[in-house]
Design a protein around this ligand. Sequence first.
Ligand SMILES: Cc1ncc(COP(=O)(O)O)c(C=O)c1O
Length: 371
Amino acid sequence: MQLNTPFTPPQRLLLGPGPSNAAPTVLEALGKPLLGHLDPVFVGMMEEIKAMLREVFQTKNEMTFPVSGTGSAGMEFCFVNLIEPGDEVLIGVNGVFGTRMCDVAERCGAVVHRVESPWGEIIHPEQIKTALKDIKPKLVAIVHAETSTGALTPLEEISRAVHEAGALFLVDTVTSLGGCPVKVDEWQIDAIYSGTQKCLSCPPGLAPVSLSPAALEIATSRKTKVQSWYLDVNFLAAYWGETRVYHHTAPISMNYALHESLRLILNEGLEARWKRHEANHQRLKAGLSELGLGIASQEGHQLWQLNAVTVPDGVSESEIREALLNDYSIEVGAGLGPLKGKVWRVGLMGESSQSEHVDRFLDAMKTLLKK
Ligand SMILES: Cc1ncc(COP(=O)(O)O)c(C=O)c1O
């Protein structure tokens, strides 16, 4: 195949479940000159990434760095390092990503116990407490912000119950980090992962992770080898730590982009950023209600950054979604699993969370629903 022109993507307003739009300086960072991955200048930048990630995760954990891979690599990183065959785990399942965690844990040889809530609802502390009366798992895993449904599970009470039971607490913050409070040390989270393409507003490709000293101790004193060579923290700790032993070639340009996006986040300030996400969610909710539309996830636990908007009777979910993309260049997501055809997933994440974007979406919806 011979092509005469380079690929030129259209300019979309990304209001789906991710990726979100990236700031111009984050995209510019991707085009900066390449450095060798052991170049002292690149190594200095890695240190700044780790320090900024600690601030964003609100942790002092030494073992905090971006895994090379998307959010799912962060999920696998946490499970493969902490689970040995035969270990029992308890996983909250209220959507696609809790289900994925079960699959990943099973592949590590774990005995998986599930605590389930209907899609759109949260995992309640009582459900975890009840389950912990019967089993003694090595770890309990929860998806903080379930992107498939738009529900935000509060973590503090669950964390207390998990630690009282002597287990580790593992949390998915792929959609929550950067868009609403995530406090690793205060909430005593032992293993946490995220992704770059949502509220961090960086392209997809890196998975920030953090392990508490207790989790790291478990990962480094295992009886069996970590199932994954690539994700073994024993190697990655050397690569991202002081010794800088070659393990794999870090995606240089993606790390530049993450560095810039973290710089922007900390310049905005975490509190201010969370408030912006909340305000734009409220603006969307008010506008939707004027159009006679509601949000499907549990009242009181609705995510600011991902809104599962109910499709009214007699309206085709896919026709509207396709018209938004083709006629307005606005991307929104479809519902998944039991919510397929029933909701549009409207993301207001990171750079995409702006009042003018909310208004542009609402105006387009008004016209399309009238048609
Ligand atoms: C809550 C959650 N966990 C995990 C993932 C997986 O991340 P990725 O698609 O970047 O591999 C996603 C992606 O949407 C997510 O929303």
